[in-house]
Design a protein around this ligand. Structure first.
Ligand code: ZN
Length: 236
């Protein structure tokens, strides 16, 4: 899920920029940043595979500045760009939310939010919210931000990767004892305090590394492609 407020989460999914016809080597990453594109060039990749691609609905479409440089890199080197946004959040096995649930040992029982992208499920041991935040921090390699009732017992947890803090009320309506997403906004804190349901921001980038890595592994196994993940680290 990307920037629910600042940017539409809709974009073309699949092939966004066409490069050479045959694909043997793929460089995968969370976002099609210039760093990732430069790595793909250095590795002589045929294609780049990401969660956050280009051409977001409502975006200024002019090919200038950063956008020109990124597209020029792909076109000059005949490298394709494949991007999967909401489908890679929502996929029941390879998606970001499925992978986060697996990492945290949360058993998914249902879905919520726009196009059922969010997951809701059970914790195995009814930990406190503070304990969940600590576990997320160590599992994802970055400290998680917890707001609201840190002592609340978490049996039912709702989660959605990325910038899905705007679905907090829908998570509460789904009966969650805790809601976990990647980013946090000012009003998220008040909602957590006033609803009694704590909220954890575990990192947008950190919660969205799982899907593209699972898809890369699938492409290696199913198609025998040379598909490598490159982490262009992001503190948000
Ligand atoms: Zn995202």
């Amino acid at each position: 899920m990307r920037s629910w407020r600042r940017r539409n989460s809709r974009c073309p999914n699949g092939l966004q920029v066409e490069g050479r016809a045959a694909v043997g080597r793929i460089v995968a990453g969370v976002t099609a940043s210039q760093v990732l594109l430069d790595a793909a060039v250095a590795l002589d990749a045929d294609a780049v595979l990401v969660h956050h691609g280009y051409f977001w609905r409502g975006e200024d479409g002019r090919v200038v500045g950063i956008r020109r440089r990124r597209l020029a890199t792909l076109l000059r080197h005949d490298i394709s760009l494949f991007a999967f946004h909401l489908p890679l959040d929502a996929h029941p096995e390879l998606g970001n939310n499925a992978q986060l649930g697996r990492l945290m040992n949360w058993s998914a029982e249902g879905r919520f939010g726009d196009q059922d992208v969010g997951f809701v499920g059970r914790t195995p041991d009814a930990p406190g919210a503070q304990q969940v935040a600590e576990r997320l921090g160590s599992a994802l390699g970055r400290p998680a931000t917890l707001v609201g009732d840190a002592a609340r017992t978490v049996r039912r947890v709702a989660w959605c990767s990325g910038a899905a803090q705007g679905w907090f009320e829908q998570a509460i309506a789904a009966g969650a004892d805790l809601y976990v997403s990647g980013e946090i906004s000012e009003q998220t804190v008040h909602l957590a305090r006033e609803s009694g349901v704590p909220y954890i921001a575990a990192g947008h980038h950190a919660t969205e590394r799982g899907g593209v890595q699972a898809l890369a592994a699938h492409l290696r196994e199913a198609l025998g492609l040379d598909c490598r993940f490159i982490d262009d680290d992001n503190p948000v």
